[in-house]
Ligand binder design. Structure first.
Ligand SMILES: [Zn+2]
Length: 642
């Protein structure tokens, strides 16, 4: 069985640190103090390193199906003819005559300056080629190296893993002997992919190392010339061994293990949502990471009901009911962290689909300082919510992080001396010390009804999940005027348009002008993965486009030699090139000048201009600032601010 329990293992962040890219071998500790070694010299012993003990791995522990290897547990080649040695990348390359100790010393000097991976530096300097580096990694991890040109993959083996999985995770099955699947991978430290391959294939998986270039070519060849049909573990013969286990319970265990692994993977990849969608071709899994949906994997039609039912059971839903939507909750632990999930089912023409929204309780510590606001904007915002009364709105489209901003403000102002009551749809984070209620339309508990009820409960601070109708807007504005601090969200593109939206909901201009104190308009852009982002010199037209979007074109035009950054993709960011998100925003404080304009029913443009004159940085300008800074890419920014 694959390793499925990851409870009590390192946290996601540690885990992410451990995964590295194919070329990224700096995870392999390199002893900078290592004395130059002669190839025929005896054991390279790294004197006093405190991690030395961990580096000794007995040969009997080398089988990957039992102990998925860890980066810290470097396999030591125990060649019969050579003395046992504790090889590390530089030493290994020296010892095998690929590089001189001077090459390594000089690359290490550069590494101290640039922080780049030793392997990558040696390749860039032309001292070793990619293939030699892959051979070195194979040697260090004590895994076989496979030349995919000389030994091309066996088509029967390729069928053991789905194309989407292989392409996404950059792995390729090369041989299958009936029990063990041999999978080519270029990053021996990518344990997660090997674990997942084991679950998806339903067989034992062993790794061979191939060079990244050869692997990519082999992947293209494997899946372009008459794509192989993926055989799921349930239809293959791999699982039909006579081991005396009841086939039904074996299948149950397989499904339970699969679901557990799926949840762990969703958490470790920082997914906010998991979508499980049936189609005539089987079951499709997608995950939303940093706001963007990605294909995770496809399963053949034989597995679906088991997986869907398993999750329904965990969420306390009725598994006999599949024609009506249901929702429920479940809790589980992943890497020692408690995770809550909301599950919603939806009957579709191909069967029941499931959506899991993962709520990491650790993230309940929402801190407004971490959302990406610059000091100046944050100070203006704090001024607005620092008053005991008034309406503060966070606006933007769905998924722009506006409720996160509201929760963060709430976390900051929450104190035992204040009675904080919310009406939400749904309650996303449990915040200690406040009364949270959830909209329940069926029994008439709407935002408007909730708000009326809250006002009878002597509140100081009121949170209304969203203002989307005239009644809620009126009640919220009046509450703000009568000594309550009201926080809410609204669908609007920018801060000035939010005022127009309130007026459209037939709020009188005087009510808007006197109740509204501040508006944050925002989007979330994905941050470039710091581990793999690539610098480039933009073409003239891209440079001009960016410059034209900047606040003062003449003064701020991008210099011709400006460096921008783009996504590359590595194991840490799951090959997306992005890791985490940052807010792009504008903060409008409703000043006397803006109040007058609202009363005069000025246009959104006039209001925006007044706000800018009073120091507001426009959302678009705030975003464009983050491009030369390398926080995000221009492509990502334009995706979010269209
Ligand atoms: Zn990356």
């Amino acid at each position: 069985m694959p390793r499925l329990k990851i409870v009590d293992e390192p946290s996601v962040e540690d885990d992410a640190e451990e995964r590295s890219t194919p070329g990224d071998v700096d995870d392999v500790p390199v002893d900078a103090h290592a004395a130059p070694v002669d190839a025929d010299d005896v054991p390279v012993d790294h004197d006093d390193d405190d991690d030395d003990e961990d580096l000794t791995v007995g040969p009997d522990e080398l089988s990957i199906d039992e102990t998925p290897f860890d980066v810290d547990e470097l396999r030591v080649p125990r060649d019969e003819e050579e003395p046992a040695r504790r090889a590390r990348l530089g030493d290994w390359l020296i010892a095998h005559g690929f590089v001189s100790s001077a090459d390594v010393e000089s690359a290490l000097v550069e590494q101290r300056v640039t922080g780049e991976a030793l392997g990558g530096l040696l390749v860039a300097r032309g001292v070793v080629d990619e293939e030699e580096l892959s051979r070195a990694l194979a040697g260090i991890f004590d895994l076989p190296y496979r030349d995919l040109v000389e030994s091309p993959p066996d088509p029967d083996a390729i069928r053991r893993l789905p194309q989407s999985f292989c392409r996404r995770r950059v792995v390729l099955p090369v041989a299958f002997d009936g029990t063990n699947l041999l999978v080519a991978i270029s990053d021996p430290a990518d344990v997660l992919t090997l674990d997942d391959a084991q679950v998806v294939a339903g067989t034992q998986v062993d790794a061979v190392i191939a060079s990244p270039a050869q692997l990519r070519v082999a992947l293209d060849q494997a899946f372009t010339s008459g794509s192989p049909v993926y055989i799921s573990p349930d239809t293959s013969t791999a699982d039909s061994g006579d081991d005396g286990v009841d086939p039904a319970s074996k299948s149950d265990a397989h499904v339970a293990g699969f679901v557990e692994n799926l949840l762990d993977r969703a958490v470790s990849e920082r997914a906010s949502d998991v979508h499980i969608e049936p189609s005539e071709r089987g079951l499709r899994f997608r995950m939303r990471v940093d706001g963007v949906l990605h294909d995770a994997l496809d399963l053949s039609p034989s597995v679906p009901t088991g997986v869907v039912n398993r999750i329904k059971i965990l969420a306390g839903l009725d598994i006999a009911e599949h024609r009506r939507p249901q929702d429920g909750r479940m809790s589980f632990t992943s890497s020692g962290r408690p995770i809550d999930a909301r599950i919603a089912t939806l009957p579709t023409s191909h069967g029941e689909s499931l959506t899991l929204r993962l709520l990491d309780r650790d993230h309940g510590l929402l801190n407004i300082d971490r959302l990406g606001f610059e000091a100046d904007a944050l100070q203006r915002l704090r001024q607005a919510y620092g008053r005991p009364w008034g309406l503060i709105l966070a606006v933007g489209p769905t998924g722009s992080g506006k409720s996160t901003t509201i929760y963060s403000i709430l976390t900051e102002i929450n104190s035992p001396s204040r009675n904080v009551v919310t009406v939400e749809d749904p309650v996303e984070y449990d915040i200690p010390g406040i009364k949270q209620t959830q909209v329940h339309a069926k029994i008439g508990y709407t935002f408007a009804a909730g708000l009326r009820a809250i006002l009878r409960a002597d509140p100081d601070v009121i949170v209304v999940g969203e203002i989307r109708d005239a009644e809620t807007a009126h009640t919220a504005a009046k509450a703000a005027l009568t000594g309550h601090l009201v926080l809410s969200t609204l669908h609007a593109n920018d801060a000035a348009t939010a005022i127009a939206r309130l007026l459209e909901m037939s709020l009188e201009p005087y009510l808007v002008a006197s109740s509204l104190t501040g508006v944050v308009a925002q989007r979330l852009v994905r941050r470039l993965c710091p581990n793999c982002k690539v610098a480039y010199k933009p073409e003239d037209d891209e440079r001009m486009t960016i410059a034209s979007m900047m606040p003062d074109v003449a003064a701020q035009a991008l210099p011709e030699d400006v460096t921008l950054y783009g996504p590359a993709g590595c194991a840490r960011c799951d090959h997306t090139g992005y890791y985490g998100r940052s807010a792009v925003y504008e903060v409008m404080v409703v000043t006397a000048r803006i109040r007058t304009l609202v009363l005069e029913q000025a246009s959104a443009t006039q209001i925006e201009e007044a706000a800018v004159a009073e120091g507001m940085q426009r959302l678009r300008e705030n975003g464009i600032d983050k491009v030369p800074a390398g926080t995000t890419s221009f492509a990502e920014l334009t995706r979010c601010i269209a």
